[in-house]
Design a protein around this ligand. Structure first.
Ligand SMILES: [Zn+2]
Length: 341
């Protein structure tokens, strides 16, 4: 199963929300110099403090993919792969370091816009097939077409959850197949909503953090404000991880963390590769530690989630499961861009 998670801590954080670095017991060896106190350093908001990762690497032998009970897909809107370490995003970096990741070989569709790209991410289909061709909330256009992982999971009796930061993402899946659909604005609110859903339990969850895109359009991609909100989103990831652990769900959850597009200057309209290139990070049972180098497309995300949940792969899907992430033979590979548009 696949799970997307977000959460929030109880201590005040450096940026005025409720996130907090992990307590010392969760701090990994690489940050052993971190003070063992659980109190927060009292640094001004402008300090360049790097929060400690809340993630603790699995010390037991990696279980197999069969141990996946839920899937969590997290999309950081507009997050460029090369921003992850620059921001930095220590919790996400820990997932990548202990999982399978691509910072260079994954890209989105030729129209690198939020709604069409997210529809491809979750449906496994090219834009011409899912029909979400506008980056606007045109409800008369209907929901993303085709059989997607949310349809399949709901049909199989699984609990499906979507927490998004833009109301236009309602078009990604029909209300009938999303047991929970919430819109939350701002990284802390998204995190709180995600943690509440983790406490309730889920089988497939999609979490959407919008801050990177919002700040990119306003201040510029890779600007200080852009990096700052990515750090806030990473604090959210840390809280999500803590919530999963507290509920005994972490060890059986597959994470897929990605983005809908990148960006440059103050836009992402497809002028340069930085607009198209996306990060793709998997962590969870059966996922091997490696850098993924085969060509990947955003359609692979929903397809891989379905594969991990043992749901029937659809013959018309344009995405391919990322078998390589599980150390399995990559049965099929993309032979060039799979879409017409
Ligand atoms: Zn976007």
């Amino acid at each position: 199963m696949a799970v997307l998670v977000a959460g929030c801590g109880s201590a005040p954080n450096l940026w005025g929300d409720s996130f907090a670095p992990a307590p010392a017991s969760n701090v990994i060896d690489t940050v052993a110099e971190t003070p063992s106190s659980t109190s927060m350093p009292t640094m001004p908001p402008t300090a360049t403090f790097t929060p400690a990762p809340t993630f603790t690497p699995t010390l037991t032998p990696t279980p197999s993919r069969a141990n996946i009970e839920r899937v969590l897909i997290i999309s950081y809107d507009g997050m460029r792969p090369d921003a992850i370490e620059l921001a930095p995003m220590p919790n996400l970096m820990e997932l990548a370091k202990n999982g399978a990741y691509s910072y260079t070989s994954a890209r989105t569709i030729d129209y690198p816009a939020t709604s069409p790209s997210h529809a491809s991410m979750l449906s496994g289909l090219c834009m011409e097939d899912h029909g979400v061709i506008y980056n606007r909330y045109f409800m008369y256009m209907g929901y993303s077409k085709g059989v997607d992982v949310f349809d399949l999971a709901h049909e199989a009796g699984m609990k499906t959850v979507m927490i998004v930061s833009k109301d236009k993402l309602r078009q990604l899946a029909e209300p009938e197949t999303t047991d929970v659909f919430e819109i939350a604005y701002g990284e802390p609110a998204v995190t709180r909503a995600a943690v509440a859903q983790i406490d309730e339990g889920f089988d497939l969850m999609f979490i959407h953090f919008a801050g990177g895109d919002n700040r990119g359009h306003k201040y510029g991609w890779m600007s200080g404000e852009y990096m700052k909100v990515l750090r806030e989103g990473d604090e959210g990831l840390g809280a999500i991880i803590v919530a999963l652990k507290e509920n005994g769900l972490f060890d059986t959850t597959l994470f897929i963390v990605t983005a809908d597009h990148g960006g440059h200057d103050k836009n992402h309209i497809g002028l340069v590769i930085e607009d198209y290139r996306i990060p793709w990070i998997a962590y969870g049972p059966g996922v091997v530690q490696k850098e993924l180098t085969l060509p990947m497309y955003t359609m692979d995300t929903g397809v891989t989630a379905a594969y991990a949940l043992n749901l029937p792969l659809q013959p018309d899907w344009d995405g391919i499961p990322v078998y390589e992430a599980f150390g399995e033979l990559q049965l099929r590979v993309h032979d060039g861009y799979p879409c017409k548009t």
